[in-house]
Design a protein around this ligand. Structure first.
Ligand code: GLC
Length: 738
């Protein structure tokens, strides 16, 4: 529809029709039987008339279902304004990729762009118009369950992935969105919830907000994300959904974002629970004045917008502006011309879980898994002369896709056991569970109504399982432990104060270690776990995250050397939960641990724990020995640019995919500066014994930061450059910025 007609449409809408466009309701309001039920409407205090005018639908997907709802809708819609279908498709639709914390570990935004393009194509075929992704919340506290959805702790890396994901999802060609619309979330700084406790307070300086937490969202907005979702948390004492500083001053005025802002689930009404609004009416006024356009799943806008305008408390132009943004989005998606955007069951057959999509999921998982330990070259396993026992709750378990893979099917997943059995004969390989996932499931609560039916094995059965594992272990040379968190122990509302392996699994490992075999741990988790004990006990450790549809196959191929592991951590693994929050790019403090002016006691440290994490940001091993040398700068002084080069040698008999990382330290600033910050990274494939020179170009803009006066600029002075295969083990050089 051309803009003139769209403006005319806006003008022709009645008051109720306008308000309707700003309301998002869940699928049960639109599917025939529930829709007539009073329940859902009563809960929100809205009428059927409101439902009949709502502008968008939450979390309905599938060509058949979306077409049915849309067809019925358009028959009764006076202006034939199509519904917008929005859903949580965070790391894959039917083809499920690794969780974003695993995607971050690929350090490969270009590959991830392809993954999100496939995700968009599958979702579009299934009638979804908008996905609530990418989630770009920077995370530094592994107690928070939603680390799962983040690409990690670094601003530069998160921004690179944010751009890649938005571009992949929307796939704009000749100005048209040929994919689906992205909705970057959760704006802003949700990942800084105090104590890693879900929905908890966020409070930090504006400097830290702008320096560390905002760049990921900004990158997504600059990449063209059509929507932004507000976060549940407060910032500076004001919940984001009613926070004019964040939504209006920064997002709209400073960044020029003129797309749709949608609240997170019920977040408008939650302004009352926060204690910043006395009632729904005040909550509605706060959210509208902050320019939040769509009210997700409450009755606030439906009931309070009209009275607020009538009482002269709200300028009706605010509502027109919000409705205009929603209509523009529908128009950009071509919904007025084709409300189904080509979705059909035939299209789904064609597009979903194709061999090509599976292969891409395999490639991504292959680059996401991180080898954390490999003592005495335990891995890769020799196929022929080792008897292998696989144990643990993830050994023969298809739940490898994680909490937010709502539209994935675990039945598509090849288990680790099945995948290993494709490498070795049944004489050489045996599987027995050995232990259960958890000793108690009741604390998991409910998600999506599916109360977890897994209950404790009876005591006798538990003892039998252990006895069988010990018996089989006696006969084995190698024991592989497929352990980890239950799916519902991470993701939204998955905060944990103890982030070690579940007790029942730790106890089982202790029993098995007594056999004195070669021990390999595979961890399936939605967060960095505390693996300090396992790091001592295990000969090898593979951090697999929730590796997605192809995860089982990839893990077996890594175990037997078909894949040379190349993942590099995008989030630090703590030595203990007491260190949290922990991140690589902290400040020196006045008494750094290596202080020469203070005795060993009076420095910034713990009495009972190292400062350093168990595994640092950027860390990961491979089956090769890669050496960096000859770090060189093309000058000792820099004005606009500086060329940096380093030699990389693959001293091994197999090819390797290495990630070379460049960090910078601004030694003296008008405010304290991080001891190092990632500025550049490059992946390079090296054949056996191959050497190469990796080049980087540092620019003046790369060094910009928020100075004492909050100017985004840089001051002349001395800088260090660090180049390495992780944030800790690096070569060093220095230069002076003029
Ligand atoms: C949830 C999540 C958000 C999701 C939304 C819709 O509470 O916070 O990430 O997109 O509700 O399901």
């Amino acid at each position: 529809m051309n803009e003139a007609d769209l403006k005319k449409l806006l003008k022709d809408l009645t008051w109720q029709e306008k308000v309707g466009q700003l309301i998002q309701l869940s699928g049960d309001f639109f599917s025939s039987e529930e829709a007539l039920a009073v329940g859902p409407k009563q809960k929100l205090g809205i009428t059927q008339e409101t439902v009949d005018l709502a502008g968008s639908v939450l979390n309905v997907a599938g060509a058949k279902k979306t077409r049915e709802i849309q067809e019925k809708w358009l028959q009764k819609s006076r202006h034939k304004i199509p519904l917008l279908f929005m859903a949580d498709i965070v790391y894959g639709y039917r083809t499920v990729f690794p969780i974003p914390l695993g995607l971050g570990a690929t350090w490969n935004p270009d590959l991830i762009k392809q993954a999100y393009r496939v995700t968009a194509a599958e979702a579009k075929a299934s009638g979804v118009h908008v996905t609530f992704a990418p989630m770009v919340d920077l995370v530094r506290d592994a107690r928070w369950g939603r680390c799962l959805e983040s690409t990690g702790e670094d601003t530069t890396l998160n921004a690179a992935f944010a751009r890649a994901m938005v571009t992949g999802l929307q796939h704009v060609e000749l100005g048209k969105i040929t994919g689906i619309a992205a909705c970057v979330k959760h704006f802003a700084a949700y990942g800084a919830a105090e104590g890693g406790r879900e929905y908890n307070t966020v409070d930090m300086s504006e400097r830290r907000l702008r320096e560390d937490y905002l760049p990921g969202y900004k990158a997504a907005v600059e990449a063209g994300s059509e929507l932004v979702m507000t976060s549940f948390n407060t910032y500076d004492g004001i919940p984001v959904t009613g926070n004019e500083f964040l939504l209006k001053q920064i997002l709209r005025d400073e960044w020029g974002f003129d797309g749709v802002i949608i609240s997170d689930y019920a977040a408008v009404l939650e302004l009352v629970a926060h204690g910043i609004a006395a009632d729904e009416k005040e909550a509605t006024l706060l959210a509208m004045n902050a320019t939040n356009d769509i009210d997700m799943k409450t009755g606030c806008y439906a009931k309070q917008l009209e009275p607020l305008v009538r009482e002269g408390k709200l300028d009706s132009k605010r509502i027109d502006d919000a409705v205009w943004r929603v209509l523009k989005l529908k128009n950009k998606l071509g919904l007025f011309e084709d409300p189904y955007r080509g979705a059909s069951s035939e299209r789904e057959q064609e597009m979903l879980l194709t061999e090509e999509n599976r292969n891409l999921a395999y490639q991504v998982a292959a680059q996401s898994i991180v080898l954390l330990e490999n003592k005495n070259h335990t891995l890769p396993l020799a196929k022929n002369h080792q008897k292998i026992l696989l144990v643990g709750p993830y050994g023969d378990n298809q739940n490898l896709i994680g909490l937010w893979a709502i539209h994935g099917n675990t039945s598509d997943v090849i288990t680790i056991k099945e995948a290993i059995s494709q490498h070795v004969s049944s004489e050489q390989f045996h599987y027995t569970a050995g232990c259960e996932m958890l000793s108690d499931y009741r604390f998991l609560g409910e998600f999506g109504g599916s109360k977890d039916q897994l209950m404790r094995m009876p005591q006798a059965k538990r003892e039998q399982a252990l006895a069988e594992a010990l018996r089989q272990g006696e006969k084995a040379d190698v024991i592989i432990y497929a352990m980890g968190e239950h799916t519902m122990q991470s993701g939204e509302a998955g905060s944990r104060a103890d982030i070690t392996l579940p007790d029942v699994q730790k106890e089982f490992i202790q029993e098995m270690l007594a056999l004195g075999k070669t021990n390999i741990l595979i961890t399936i988790s939605g967060r960095p776990l505390v693996l300090t004990e396992e790091a001592k006990q295990m000969d090898a450790i593979l951090q697999a995250w929730f590796p997605g549809t192809e995860g089982g196959r990839v893990l077996a191929d890594i175990l037997f050397g078909k894949i040379n592991p190349s993942g590099r951590l995008s989030m630090s693994f703590p030595y203990s939960v007491g260190q949290l929050p922990i991140y690589y790019n902290g400040f020196q403090t006045g008494r750094p641990l290596n202080s020469k002016t203070h005795s060993g006691r009076f420095v910034s440290k713990y009495l009972d724990s190292p400062n350093a994490p168990l595994y640092p940001f950027g860390y990961g091993l491979s089956y090769s020995y890669v050496e960096l040398s000859d770090l060189a700068l093309d000058d000792v002084e820099m004005t606009e640019k500086l060329q940096v080069s380093v030699q990389v040698k693959n001293n091994s008999s197999r090819s390797v995919l290495e990630t070379v990382q460049l960090y910078v330290q601004d030694i003296v600033g008008s405010v304290v500066r991080p001891n190092r910050e990632l500025k550049k990274f490059k992946k390079i494939n090296l054949e056996a014994q191959e050497s190469a020179t990796v080049h980087f170009t540092l620019t003046r803009e790369d060094l910009y930061y928020y100075t004492k006066n909050m100017d985004f600029s840089v001051e002349a002075g001395d800088f260090n450059v660090f180049v390495g295969r992780n944030s800790r083990d690096t070569l060093q050089a220095s230069f002076t910025l003029k």
